[in-house]
Design a protein around this ligand. Sequence first.
Ligand SMILES: *[C@@H]1O[C@H](CO)[C@@H](O)[C@H](O)[C@H]1NC(C)=O
Ligand SMILES: *[C@@H]1O[C@H](CO)[C@@H](O)[C@H](O)[C@H]1NC(C)=O
Ligand SMILES: *[C@@H]1O[C@H](CO)[C@@H](O)[C@H](O)[C@H]1NC(C)=O
Ligand SMILES: *[C@@H]1O[C@H](CO)[C@@H](O)[C@H](O)[C@H]1NC(C)=O
Ligand SMILES: *[C@@H]1O[C@H](CO)[C@@H](O)[C@H](O)[C@H]1NC(C)=O
Ligand SMILES: *[C@@H]1O[C@H](CO)[C@@H](O)[C@H](O)[C@H]1NC(C)=O
Length: 670
Amino acid sequence: MDSRRWLYLGSATTFAILQLFLVVVLSQETQKYNFGPFNDSMINRELYVIPMAWLNFGALQLSPDSVVDGTLRNKSGRVFINKPFKLWDDTRIASFNTSFLMNIYPVVNNTPGEGIAFIIGPSLSIPPLSYGQYLGLTNQLTDGNSSNQIVAVEFDTVKQDFDPDDNHVGLDINGVVSKVTVPLSKFGFKLAASNPRFYMVWVEYDGVKKEMEVYMAESQYHYHGPIVAEKPSKAVLSSHLDLKGLVNDMSYFGFSASTGNYFELNAIVRWNLSVEVLPNNNMSSARNDNYWWKTGVGVVVGAPLLALLITGVMPFLRRKIRESGSDPKLLSTLRRLPGTPSEFRFRELKIATNNFHDSNKLGQGGFGIVYRGTLPKEKLQMAVKKFSRDSIKGISDFLAELTIINRLRHKNLVRLLGWCHNKGTLLLVYEYMPNGSLDNHIFFEKGTTKTPLSWSLRYKILLDVAFALNYLHNEYDQKVVHRDLKASNIMLDSDFNARLGDFGLARTLDNEKTSYAEGVPAGTRGYIAPECLYTGKATCESDVYGFGAVLLEVVCGQRPWAKIGGHHFLVGWVWQLHGEGKILEAVDLRLGNDFVAEEAERILTLGLACSHPMAPVRPKMQTIIQIISGSVPVPQVPPFKPPFVWPAVDQGPTAATLECSPINTTFFAR
Ligand SMILES: *[C@@H]1O[C@H](CO)[C@@H](O)[C@H](O)[C@H]1NC(C)=O
Ligand SMILES: *[C@@H]1O[C@H](CO)[C@@H](O)[C@H](O)[C@H]1NC(C)=O
Ligand SMILES: *[C@@H]1O[C@H](CO)[C@@H](O)[C@H](O)[C@H]1NC(C)=O
Ligand SMILES: *[C@@H]1O[C@H](CO)[C@@H](O)[C@H](O)[C@H]1NC(C)=O
Ligand SMILES: *[C@@H]1O[C@H](CO)[C@@H](O)[C@H](O)[C@H]1NC(C)=O
Ligand SMILES: *[C@@H]1O[C@H](CO)[C@@H](O)[C@H](O)[C@H]1NC(C)=O
């Protein structure tokens, strides 16, 4: 072995030791969830909803908010996060914080009942559901039994014999007879006030000190959302609490509530949870008494070695690690991602995709192959994107895609369900789109029996895509450019709703890396705006150009790079027909007369406006939506395709007339 090899081995060993040290001693990673507003699409994904709880009006309605079986009395329900958390092991107890906005409403001017509990429970189906007086925690047979393994913080609005009053907070262990109770009136809080009040609650558990603290503050709720109060400095309830042994080491977080002879609405409007991540379960179970000793030795031996190597070898080492794709930073970034996507196990995905079998291949993108998969247990279909291993840029692309997609929420975007990282292989798991991509419904080999999409579907799909792009450009808190808009990236769900997918190239605009310097991706000829080849940068305007190409191909049934009528690109041909006053001749012949001429003319003309060689002249997404839906006329398009000039010159009044106007917000109302 040459010295370089030794150096590498040595440093790798040291690094492994350091890693272990970091994981064991310094691990401060948390898993974070931010929920709310709540909606049905979370059911059986992020949330496990146990009737009579349900999701309505953007909130968890833990007990029914409308009459069920003739009454609101004697009902209970629970909602859990659909996955367990590791709460303790041999050596430590996880800390966690949660905060939620709660609203209790006594329906008529009635006696309220019964309350809400924040609950830590051992499984999704424990114990049989209650009615009346047990807050959805237990029932008359199970209440108080230590095999329940339940810890809860109750907000109780009914006075039982064992309660101080009908307006208190309590710490419940395995039953509704609280270990500690604190009346809330002395703080000026009224849980079930006849004019409903919103309360923010913070529950903080310190696994080292074994202390639980509950804070409360009244909050305001306006039609546009809650105004969350500051956490007060003084807790309303604090108690020593040793979760180890009390709750299951793998436990679920959630809420429960009940009504009884009296009733009220029990709603959770917003919910945040952050849980300290304990080292991997399997690793910890392999630990023994020597563990700390070994770690100690590792550190003592490793640290000086590390100090020695760190200066000279670190850069080399870091590169090595990045190249091998097992950057520990990556994993921790992934695990710290806010929001909902969950980590899948590689084995799970391997089974789901039949070992990434060719017959499960859905498609191939710039960065990897997409497979169809089915989780056997849940029968959940999904699309698994496996990033190609040899792409060194893979990790940053992967992270870019993940961090952006993870935070995007729109009904016309393909949803991310989770991710997986295994020995340098990166995978993303998406919702499965049964109808595949748009291009498969417009272009197909001659001789197939497939019928091309109807006009009304094409029209609706284009509007859907416009909504998605407008969201990316204007409605999300950062401007996001998609960069890779084309028919093969537009997915269709079971109802033929269009969903924009493949954010492999998506980048937020405040990130400098919107560059085409790495080259124009294959299969995108005709979708890329001319200025991009000069600036190397994707912009909202270049997305609009791509959208224009999609408009034309969907109406014409021709690829953007189709050589037609003596033109090199579809857009040249359509522009010529437009100049000759016969633009409707461009409409897909396969549609025959089954299209709406006025709509087709509007979309083709809009397609040309979007394809304007000068970026500033192209309409903005907000305007485009209004144009497609017919509430704003199509801008004037010159009879001849204008030349592209670089650098872009001020287009004067033409540009001004195309400035986007404020959009009518009611347009988005459902
Ligand atoms: C909980 O919040 C406290 C501050 O109130 C913070 O110090 C602690 O790190 C948080 N713990 C977790 C697990 O988020
Ligand atoms: C949840 O966290 C977000 C981001 O930190 C914050 O804006 C929001 O107010 C929190 N909501 C609750 C209910 O704590
Ligand atoms: C507690 O629950 C367990 C399991 O359901 C049961 O076997 C046991 O008899 C219960 N104990 C009491 C005191 O009810
Ligand atoms: C609720 O259930 C309890 C226990 O079975 C019963 O005693 C009570 O009458 C019920 N109340 C109503 C209003 O149905
Ligand atoms: C440890 O890993 C095995 C195999 O991957 C798995 O079946 C088991 O559930 C894991 N243990 C825990 C405590 O999660
Ligand atoms: C429900 O919420 C999710 C996550 O916030 C969001 O992506 C989705 O669009 C929402 N669905 C509806 C129908 O509002």
